[in-house]
Write a protein that binds this ligand. Structure first.
Ligand SMILES: *[C@@H]1O[C@H](CO)[C@@H](O)[C@H](O)[C@H]1NC(C)=O
Ligand SMILES: *[C@@H]1O[C@H](CO)[C@@H](O)[C@H](O)[C@H]1NC(C)=O
Ligand SMILES: *[C@@H]1O[C@H](CO)[C@@H](O)[C@H](O)[C@H]1NC(C)=O
Length: 297
């Protein structure tokens, strides 16, 4: 583990063990100082999208029609986590069709479709049958999550196809990131030294490192003033949630929050959206996984 990750983990462990305090909004100057220090953290670029059919775990799809075929005819492993983000070019309406799904027999395995809408509500849909998925008509983006538990019996994966029925009006500078928390790293958003644009809807998926806690440090550069016109929303995946769809809404980060920390032992999904006017220079997300013995060697 590198120096930064160790410092960060110690800072997190000693001061912020209560987990996210999105509700509390107290300023956390030490975190900002840590990030401004030349830490040598790896900068992370947006996830490339160069295919319309994905067959591997995790990925981004940006063509107007395409699909995902993941382990359709082979067993899935215990405790798998895979996330695919479907942007579909610039979508305002989708159709989504499940051609095959082999996890129906296992209570422990879920395929969840998250519908993201610019400036409107996020919904999660538990996919448990083949055929057309209801509830995705007005989505700008779809995030597909596959999560298996310890008992996968003979579950297999799935095949689904999508197409964009109507174009949306999001900024073409919107981006999608899928990042592994196991590598201490930093996302500067936007990724160029500029302001973000109006009407963005961007996603940041953080994959958990096995057996570790993900620590995600948010430090604002600037959003639209101190308001919530441009904001981040935080979702934590909780495999033992009583919610059938497992994604729990944690809260939002608006322009009045200088820094915050989100921790989880499972997937995290962060969205960023900007409204139709006034931009800022964005924010940074720094990642480090922590285990109890990380700084001993
Ligand atoms: C996705 O496709 C749209 C339409 O072709 C394009 O404007 C946008 O820049 C693409 N986004 C990414 C992240 O490649
Ligand atoms: C299947 O999914 C639907 C929609 O999310 C949900 O209402 C229903 O309870 C689920 N059925 C089972 C058996 O899990
Ligand atoms: C996950 O959900 C369960 C059931 O609602 C709850 O008891 C537990 O505290 C949650 N875990 C986390 C990390 O939020």
């Amino acid at each position: 583990m590198n120096f930064f990750a160790c410092i960060l983990a110690v800072a997190v462990a000693s001061q912020f063990t209560a987990g996210s305090i999105i509700q509390g909004h107290s300023e956390k100057q030490p975190l900002q100082e840590i990030l401004q220090f030349d830490s040598g953290l790896n900068p992370i670029a947006p996830t490339q999208s160069d295919s319309s059919l994905l067959t591997t775990c995790n990925g981004v799809l940006n063509s107007t029609s395409g699909g995902i075929a993941y382990k359709a005819f082979e067993p899935i492993a215990a405790n798998e986590r895979c996330v695919w983000t479907i942007r579909g070019g610039n979508a305002g309406e989708f159709s989504l069709n499940v051609l095959n799904i082999g996890s129906l027999g296992s209570q422990d395995t879920q395929v969840i479709v998250t519908c993201l809408r610019h400036r409107s509500t996020t919904t999660h849909i538990n996919v448990n049958q083949t055929g057309s998925v209801n509830g995705v008509s007005s989505c700008n983006l779809l995030v597909i999550t596959l999560a298996s538990g310890s008992d996968v019996s003979d579950s297999t994966g799935f095949v689904l196809e999508y197409s964009v029925l109507r174009a949306g009006s999001l900024s073409s500078r919107s981006q999608d990131y899928i990042v592994n928390a196991g590598n201490a790293a930093i996302i500067s958003y936007p990724d160029l030294p500029l302001s973000y644009t109006n009407s963005e809807l961007s996603t940041f998926v953080i994959l958990p490192a096995q057996g570790s806690t993900t620590n995600l440090i948010y430090v604002r550069d600037s959003l639209e003033g101190t308001t919530c016109y441009d904001l981040l929303a935080v979702y934590r995946f909780n495999a033992s949630s009583t919610l059938q769809t497992k994604w729990e809404y944690e809260g939002r980060l608006c322009g009045n929050v200088l820094s915050d920390i989100v921790t989880n032992n499972d997937l995290l999904l962060i969205t960023f959206e900007s409204d139709h006017s006034v931009v800022g220079t964005g924010f940074q997300l720094a990642l480090a996984a922590s285990t109890s013995n990380q700084c001993t060697s």
